[in-house]
Design a protein around this ligand. Structure first.
Ligand SMILES: Nc1nc2c(ncn2[C@@H]2O[C@H](COP(=O)(O)OP(=O)(O)O)[C@@H](O)[C@H]2O)c(=O)[nH]1
Ligand SMILES: [Mg+2]
Length: 221
């Protein structure tokens, strides 16, 4: 089998995400992280960007990650395990949302410290997907997140959300402007994916990309 074959990876990605997936851990403090285990990928983004919805769409579950209209509520790193319990293949990590105006300075500082510690000291972490609202493009809090990821040399990739709410004529323009914002950023992957949790668009490609990372790591999934 050719591991790099896109069709093969697409199908293996579909299977992995259709399998068992369960919440395993929540961490709100640096010393509260779970013991290191299988490979991890993390999802970051501004509050309300559609992170919980994307995690649900990716795993085909309705309520894996709690979706809500109350931004800034979850201030934890939430860990989900994919695969048969005891034989986990991958962990999905839901990072706390950022850029919520009503959050106190103290909370922001706690958040930044936790993020820094997690990003810097986490060997199993393969990539951070930074979700950006497809209706608006890059905002200052997204740029700050890129800065943090570049500073910790953690590979990341932008995933645009809510494609179903963006005019067809604006889609290419939005992708190009985000790509322009990633040039010269050392830890950024130049690829930008446009998704919709509402229609499921882009989910197969995202699973395929994640499967490619696993194969590159030599994980048998
Ligand atoms: N139209 C549309 N709305 C979305 C999409 N994804 C999320 N939303 C909505 O955006 C709001 C915030 O979503 P949520 O997943 O809770 O965002 P989070 O704060 O980043 O976890 C909710 O009202 C969702 O229904 C999408 O792909 N399309
Ligand atoms: Mg959420």
């Amino acid at each position: 089998m050719n591991a790099a074959d896109p069709d093969e990876l697409f199908e293996r990605g579909r299977k992995l995400f259709a399998g068992p997936c369960e919440f395993i851990w929540a961490a709100s403090k640096i010393d509260g992280l779970p013991p290191m285990g299988p490979a991890e990928i993390a999802f970051a983004g501004r509050s309300n960007v559609g992170k919980s919805s994307l995690l649900n769409a990716l795993t085909g579950r309705n309520a894996l990650a709690r979706t809500s209209n109350t931004p800034g509520r979850t201030q934890q790193l939430n860990f989900f395990a994919l695969g048969i319990p005891g034989q986990e293949k991958l962990r999905l990590v839901d990072m706390p949302g950022y850029g919520y105006a009503k959050v106190s300075k103290e909370k922001i500082s706690t958040w930044t410290k936790l993020m820094h510690a997690y990003l810097q000291g986490r060997a199993p972490l393969m990539r951070v997907f930074v979700l950006v609202d497809g209706r608006h493009g890059l905002k200052p809090p997204d740029i700050e997140m890129f800065d943090l990821l570049d500073a910790t040399a953690m590979p990341y990739q932008v995933v645009l959300t809510k494609k179903d709410e963006v005019k067809k004529s604006e889609i290419e323009m939005r992708i190009e402007s985000v790509k322009a914002g990633l040039i010269k950023r050392p830890a950024a992957n130049p690829e930008v994916l446009f998704t919709s949790s509402e229609t499921g668009e882009g989910m197969g490609e995202l699973r395929e990309g994640i499967m490619r990372l696993l194969v590159e790591r030599g994980v048998d999934a």
